[in-house]
Design a protein around this ligand. Structure first.
Ligand SMILES: [Zn+2]
Length: 571
């Protein structure tokens, strides 16, 4: 399977883009299934996963067979690899404007963010092939699918034995790494956006504005009895898509996966006996989810006012079963989104218009949750648990199972508290705008990268508002992702604020207003402050460099009203 360079070199982006036209303009005979490309796992009895060249070759084969798909690149990785995306819809579209004109929900599905967690990549490729060649009606008649099968392409190419790169996983033999080529975990990068992969995906979010984002992973924790566990956005600031996914979509998906696909699935979590610290020490056994902070992609996407779904295939299942469960789950998501297209589209519209109403009527102000913790009152539910037993020696019974233990296949339901959601511990009322000091050009650039509109004042001005006085700066002693995270304590001082000429103005009356609040508030649990972006300006007793303004009527005239979001174009 060592077939690297030549195939990749035969696949220049220009050729692919040019072929959008020929795929649309010409009627081709539909190839028979014998001609369809097969994924690396399908070709190797599920012993191997796809290399980057395999993915490119597979997509190239679909193109050659005139599959009704549009191909492109979301951008380049750190090592210069194009990150391919594929659009699937009937009729086929290849631009955000054409997708929007169809008036359908847009679903963005991403595989391989952690490149050792391989089944999302291979499941997506097979699903694209089978849906696009299917002559019968399917979800592609009612949605637009954007598939990004190999997001962390550089990590994928750092192949090493599973026992090295993914110790808690049942194969395949060799897999990529969790981190990208900069040693960054891409699923901790959605706020600070230090990786080129993150910046490329934010540009895709801004350009295509998907209604639903699905991120495909593999677990590395408890021995539970589920083929797959899932999570909506857990941020309490995700008041639209987060709640709708949790209460309306995911219970239906769970039911359909059981009845139609034969897979038990459940809310993502771990037994607290496996992961102490998830809940209070007094709780002996419980099932608890992970984290609500937007450094994680699906939590982040919920704060953008959209639906996000985390998918975690069970790492102790075989690769074949993990691919099957992930594929079934994505397929059920696409079908359900197709059915609920009207409701989902109006949810997106409501999420966009609420912050805009903030600008017109202060009465419509909705608080934005900026800090949260796991709920204190869990529900009691049955959770499936698998028994492990001792082998009596130190043998390895299955890759990913601790030495000296074996799986029994005996799964039983245990009634226990389930902590599946977070509650807000600090809410903030959006001001009319945040004003950022003129020297903080990096902050303005990063806000624009997130799709947030940023303007600039011409002249010095004054406005009613409040500034934050820093009482203490708590810096984490532990380094994480190259940072020492910062947390502030302080107090607000209300009054007339003097604002410098050329300061940056971030109105909250824009579709991503809640995201702007979350990123800029000094006390957010995962905002720009957390990631050291304001360190230069912080001192105890000093003023935080972002000011809250209550009305914008007297501001200096804006020199630049352009939205930076429009600069993000698909390739
Ligand atoms: Zn993962």
């Amino acid at each position: 399977m060592k077939r690297a360079g030549p195939i990749a070199r035969r696949w220049p982006l220009v050729a692919i883009v040019v072929c959008f036209a020929c795929a649309r303009a010409t009627v081709h005979e539909t190839p028979g299934p014998a001609a369809y490309p097969r994924t690396r796992p399908e070709l190797t009895s599920y012993r191997e996963t796809s290399r980057y060249s395999d993915v490119r070759h597979f997509l190239d084969s679909l193109r050659v067979l005139h599959a009704p798909l549009a191909f492109g690149s979301i951008g380049k990785t750190n090592e210069g690899r194009d990150i391919p995306y594929v659009i699937a819809s009937r009729p086929l579209v290849s631009t955000p404007a054409a997708a929007k004109a169809l008036g359908r929900p847009i679903v963005y599905v991403q595989g391989n963010i952690h490149a050792g967690e391989v089944e999302g990549k291979d499941a997506l490729l097979a699903l694209l092939r089978d849906l696009s060649f299917s002559p019968t009606p399917n979800a592609l008649d009612s949605i637009v699918l954007i598939a990004v099968p190999i997001y962390n392409a550089d990590g994928n190419e750092r192949f090493a034995p599973q026992s090295v790169n993914r110790t808690e996983q049942n194969g395949p033999e060799s897999v990529g790494t969790r981190a990208n080529a900069q040693n960054l975990d891409l699923n901790r990068d959605y706020v600070k956006a230090e990786a080129p992969e993150t910046r490329a995906s934010l540009a895709m979010f801004n350009a295509w504005d998907p209604d639903v984002f699905v991120d495909l992973h593999t677990t590395d924790g408890s021995f539970h009895g589920y083929a797959l566990t899932y999570s909506p956005s857990l941020s309490p600031a995700a008041v639209f898509g987060g709640v709708y996914a949790r209460d309306s979509l995911l219970p239906l998906l769970r039911e359909r996966m059981r009845v139609r696909d034969g897979f038990e699935i459940f809310d993502y979590g771990n037994f607290v006996s496996d992961e102490p610290g998830l809940v209070r020490d007094t709780v002996h056994e419980a099932w608890a989810t992970y984290d609500s902070r937007p450094r994680f992609g699906t939590n982040y996407y919920g704060i953008r006012g959209r639906i996000a779904i985390l998918s975690e295939a069970f790492s102790h299942d075989s690769l074949a079963r993990r691919i099957a469960s992930t594929r079934a789950f994505v397929n059920e998501i696409l079908s359900l989104v197709a059915e609920k297209g009207g409701a989902i589209r109006s949810l997106s519209a409501r999420a966009d218009s609420l912050p805009l109403a903030w600008g017109r009527s202060p009465d419509s102000l909705q608080m934005v949750a900026i800090r949260s913790e796991l709920i204190a009152t869990p529900r009691m539910m049955d959770v499936l648990k698998e028994d492990l037993e001792k082998t009596g020696d130190s043998s390895l019974t299955q890759p990913g199972v601790p030495r000296g233990e074996r799986r029994t296949g005996r799964v039983h339901a245990v009634r226990m508290p389930v902590y599946d959601r977070f509650m807000s511990t600090l809410d903030r009322t959006p001001p009319a705008a945040y004003v950022v000091a003129p020297q903080d050009t990096g902050i303005a650039r990063l806000l624009r990268l997130h799709g947030i509109r940023v303007e600039r004042s011409d002249s010095a001005w004054t406005a009613r508002g409040e500034g934050y006085v820093v009482d203490s700066i708590i810096t984490s002693p532990r380094q994480f992702q190259g940072h020492h995270e910062v947390r502030l304590k302080g107090h607000w001082q209300r009054g007339v604020q003097a604002l410098a000429p050329r300061s940056f103005i971030v109105s909250t009356a824009q579709p991503l207003g809640a995201l702007a609040v979350y990123l800029l508030e000094p006390e957010s649990d995962d905002g720009f402050t957390t990631w050291n972006l304001f360190d230069r300006d912080l001192k105890t007793g000093g003023r935080f460099p972002v000011t809250r303004i209550f009305d914008l009527s007297r501001r200096g005239r804006s020199a630049n009203r352009r939205s930076s979001a429009s600069s993000a174009q698909p390739q």
